[in-house]
Design a protein around this ligand. Structure first.
Ligand code: HPA
Length: 274
C-alpha cells in the first residue's frame, strides 16, 4: 500500500478540479446496478478513474469506473459511477478516497446508494431503506493508521453519521414515490460471499434490517471529515436463509433494473430539495 497522507488525496483532487473547473455541491456514490442515475446528469464531464492520479479502479463488472460532473435536479453534482470495496482487495485505508476527493472538491453533502439484502422479514424486495445507522463488527476501519488532521480528529463522533436533517428530507420526498420506503439499520459484511443463513439470523438479533458489502467505509470517512451523508439501500433480495432457496447475483441485478426508473426519479427530486 502506498503511503497515504494529505498530499496523496490533494493530487487526485487537483487533477479533477483542473478538468471540471467548477465546484460540485452534492456528491453521489452509486451502488451495484444503480448506475442509470449517472445517465441523467446534464452537461456531463466524464473522467475515467484510471486517468485520475492516485485513484483506484472498480474491478466489479456491474460497476463502471467513471467520475461524472454535471447538473442533476438543478444542482451541481459529482457522481462516482462504480465504487470500491474491501473484497476487491483494497485495504480499508484506501477506501477513504472517494469521500476525501469529494471533500477537497468542495462537496457539501453526499448521497450513497447500495444494493442490499433484506434481513427484516417485514421488508419486501424492491423496498428502499433510508439508512439510519450501521453495524460493522469487522475489526478494521478506513480511518485506521496515521490520522490526517486536515480531514478530521483522531477520535470522532458517529452519532449523526447518517445525517438526521437529510433523512427527514428523504422521508418527505418519499411521500409521492411509488416505491415503499423504510428506515433502518444496515449491517456491513466484507463479502464477496453472501452471508450465511446463520450470520443473517445473528444480524437480525443484533438489530440489522439489511446487509451489504459497501457504504460503511464511505460513511465513516464522511463522519470523520464532517460531511453530511444520506444512505439509501435498495432491497434487491431477501437475505440468505429468509427464503428457502439460493441467492444469486442475477436477482440483485434484476431488482436494481426493475426499480431503476422510480428510484432515479426519486433521487433526482431529492437532490433538487437538498
Ligand atoms: N448481502 C450482501 N450484499 C448484498 C446482498 C446481500 O444479500 N444483496 C445485495 N448486496
Amino acid at each position: 500500500m502506498p503511503e497515504i497522507n494529505f498530499l496523496y488525496f490533494k493530487k487526485s483532487a487537483d487533477f479533477v478540479r483542473g478538468i471540471i473547473k467548477d465546484e460540485p455541491e452534492i456528491g453521489i456514490i452509486l451502488g451495484s446496478g444503480l448506475k442509470s442515475i449517472a445517465g441523467r446528469i446534464e452537461n456531463p464531464v466524464v473522467i475515467d478513474y484510471k486517468d485520475i492520479p492516485n485513484f483506484l479502479v472498480s474491478t466489479v463488472e456491474s460497476h463502471e469506473g467513471r467520475l461524472i460532473f454535471g447538473s442533476l435536479g438543478g444542482k451541481k453534482v459529482i457522481c462516482m459511477s462504480g465504487r470500491f470495496h474491501h473484497y476487491e482487495g483494497y485495504p480499508f485505508e484506501m477506501l477513504t478516497l472517494p469521500i476525501r476527493l469529494f471533500k477537497l472538491l468542495g462537496v457539501k453533502k453526499t448521497i450513497v446508494t447500495n444494493a442490499a439484502g433484506a434481513v427484516n422479514t417485514e421488508y419486501n424486495v424492491g423496498d428502499i431503506m433510508i439508512i439510519k445507522d450501521h453495524l460493522k463488527l469487522t475489526g478494521a476501519s478506513p480511518l485506521q493508521g496515521d490520522n490526517i488532521e486536515e480531514f478530521g480528529p483522531r477520535f470522532f463522533d458517529t452519532t449523526d453519521m447518517y445525517t438526521k436533517a437529510l433523512r427527514e428530507i428523504a422521508k418527505d420526498c418519499a411521500k409521492d414515490s411509488e416505491l415503499t420506503f423504510r428506515e433502518g439499520v444496515y449491517m456491513y459484511f466484507t463479502g464477496p460471499q453472501f452471508e450465511t443463513p446463520a450470520e443473517i439470523r445473528a444480524a437480525r438479533i443484533l438489530g440489522a434490517d439489511a446487509v451489504g458489502m459497501s457504504t460503511v467505509t464511505e460513511a465513516l470517512t464522511a463522519a470523520h471529515c464532517s460531511m453530511p451523508l444520506l444512505g439509501l439501500s435498495v432491497m434487491t433480495n431477501m437475505a440468505a436463509g429468509v427464503l428457502d432457496r439460493k441467492l444469486t447475483d442475477e436477482e440483485v441485478g434484476e431488482t436494481a433494473t426493475r426499480i431503476s426508473k422510480p428510484f432515479c426519479d426519486y433521487v433526482e427530486k431529492l437532490i433538487s430539495r437538498l
